[in-house]
Design a protein around this ligand. Structure first.
Ligand SMILES: [Cu+2]
Length: 524
């Protein structure tokens, strides 16, 4: 066994990383990613240099070290923090090896004839110009030696001209995003503003980001990712899989960690950074918690919840009050039939209260300007469907189009549009639109067969209001099966080429992603 023999703890348990039943839970303390300091502070803003590097990290106390990819050599990457309207510039640099350690499907776009290891960084939820958005074809290799067709700059500019929010940065390279993110390329990016700072929310060591991800390991502790479906695909090996669920849950890069907390309020910025898995979270002692923010920032008012569902790439800002739970061990659970993935992490309310908790859960948080349906100049019907590809594999498509079909979503700059996400498949997809934050109008049940036959929407029931946890600015939304999920957004900020896609990374890579081009308004 390739254990690190210098680690005294190693032989205490017979741990097989590939078998989650053998992995003791809650033996590692939750790591909190470090906040990155700028390389230099210029008049024009803070300038950072971030290197993507391969490294080895101990993801569980009783695991050998695991090879991962990290920003500045850490998984998750360091947290970048800024104030609203204070520009940030980041030179993203690729120092990764030339070979990927996960299986590449050469039948996918860009994976056919491009260099194997290519990267590009997308700041998810940010309003940025197209050349800093991390277009999937703006990839680059080590030292920028090779560059994708959309590559235009080494240093990305983030104006942060948007309200305080939990954003995250992650890899977005065409055809291999699922592998690059799974390898570890993800981190938090937090925008703060004066309005939020005045709210007296739990802060400092009482404000903690939680990146939740599922992984599967090989026996030697290395990351396992399937090289194809159980039934091999002739002509496509390795092959992308239609969905991937890991059997082990990590938070901030540790397997099933624990966190010692004081009996007081804490603010947690939850991010589902998993490839495919959706979590329905709950506290094992049944206590309620308060959601204060969605993807795009703080909500109008806090929402009291006992469960919270988040799909890949969705964020939820929550406050948990441990003041009535002294000496309890509380598990953050996930609704699941599997005994292992039913656990996410543990809170131990064992620390003494170090000071009086003066933080609050304000009754009102942040003004929310509701977008008016009557102001929409366009309604787009956009189907979500699946076909069978030439290898017999399922292929999920937006509006029945492939990634490289001509652009069809071309909103005018400054215009408001309603998008009808018409899900004809049997399960939900998290749909993400770049550049904008949108609002959910409702979900309306419709006749799937009728739509297939005629291309027309026939509603079969009353509109269902968005869940309480979705009442705010969103950039990623669950498009539920058998329903038309209606979202409304204003295409503000920039013109140019962006994308919209499913955030199940296995879908995004094959081919559930479409160009989005914001065009100049004809009226100006
Ligand atoms: Cu999908």
């Amino acid at each position: 066994m390739p254990w690190d023999l210098d680690d005294k703890d190693v032989c205490e348990y017979k741990v097989d990383p590939s078998n989650p039943d053998s992995i003791p839970k809650f033996v590692d303390e939750l790591p909190v990613p470090k906040v990155l300091q700028p390389t230099k502070v210029l008049k024009s803003g803070a300038y950072y240099e971030v290197k993507m590097q391969q490294t080895k990290q101990r993801l569980h106390k009783y695991f050998p070290k695991t090879t991962v990819w990290g920003y500045n050599g850490t998984y998750p990457g360091p947290t970048i923090e800024t104030l609203k309207d204070r520009p940030v510039m980041i030179k993203w640099m690729n120092f990764l090896p030339n070979k990927h350690f996960l299986p590449i499907d050469r039948t996918l776009h860009a994976a056919i004839d491009s260099p194997e290891v290519r990267t590009v960084v997308h700041l998810h939820g940010a309003r940025v110009s197209p050349d800093s958005d991390g277009h999937p074809e703006a990839w680059f290799t080590q030292g920028y030696r090779e560059r994708g067709p959309s590559f235009s700059r080494e240093v990305y500019k983030y104006p942060n001209n948007q309200q305080a929010a939990t954003l995250w940065y992650h890899d977005h390279a065409l055809g291999i995003t699922r592998l690059n993110v799974y390898s570890g390329l993800a981190g938090f990016y937090i925008i703060r503003d004066q309005l939020e700072l005045r709210l007296n929310l739990p802060s400092g060591k009482y404000e903690i980001p939680l990146l939740i991800q599922d992984r599967t390991f090989n026996e030697d502790g290395s990351l396992f990712y399937p090289d194809g479906p159980a039934q091999p695909i002739p002509g496509a090996s390795p092959s992308v899989v239609p969905i991937f669920f890991g059997n082990t849950i990590l938070v901030n890069g540790k397997v099933w960690p624990y966190l010692n907390v004081e009996p007081r309020k804490y603010r947690f910025r939850l991010l589902n950074g998993s490839n495919s898995r959706t979590y329905t979270l709950r506290l094992s002692n049944g206590q309620k918690f308060y959601q204060i923010g969605t993807d795009g920032g703080l909500m109008e008012t806090p929402v009291e919840l006992d469960t919270l569902t988040i799909m890949p790439a969705e964020r939820a800002d929550v406050i948990i009050n441990f003041s009535g739970s002294k000496h309890q061990n509380i598990i953050l659970t996930n609704e699941d039939t599997d005994e292992n993935t039913r656990n996410v992490m543990q809170f131990r309310v064992v620390l003494p209260l170090s000071d009086k908790d003066t933080s609050t859960i304000p009754e009102t948080l942040y003004p929310l300007r509701h977008l008016d349906q009557n102001m929409a100049v366009k309604v787009r019907n956009l189907s979500i469907d699946t076909v069978i590809d030439r290898y017999g594999r399922p292929l999920f498509l937006l509006n029945n189009k492939m990634w490289d079909d001509p652009v069809s979503e071309t909103p005018e700059f400054g215009s408001i549009e309603i998008w009808n996400l018409i899900n004809l498949t049997a399960f939900p997809h998290p749909i993400h639109v770049h550049l904008v934050q949108f609002q959910v109008l409702d979900r309306i049940p419709f006749d799937v067969q009728h739509y297939r036959d005629t291309g027309e929407i026939k509603f079969t029931g009353e509109p269902v209001q968005p869940r309480a946890s979705e009442n705010g600015w969103k950039d990623t939304i669950m498009a539920t099966p058998g329903e038309v999920t209606r979202i409304i957004m204003k295409f503000d900020g920039y013109t140019g080429d962006y994308v919209w896609h499913c955030h199940i990374l296995e879908h995004e890579d094959y081919d559930m992603m479409r160009p989005l081009r914001v065009i100049k308004s004809y009226n100006t």
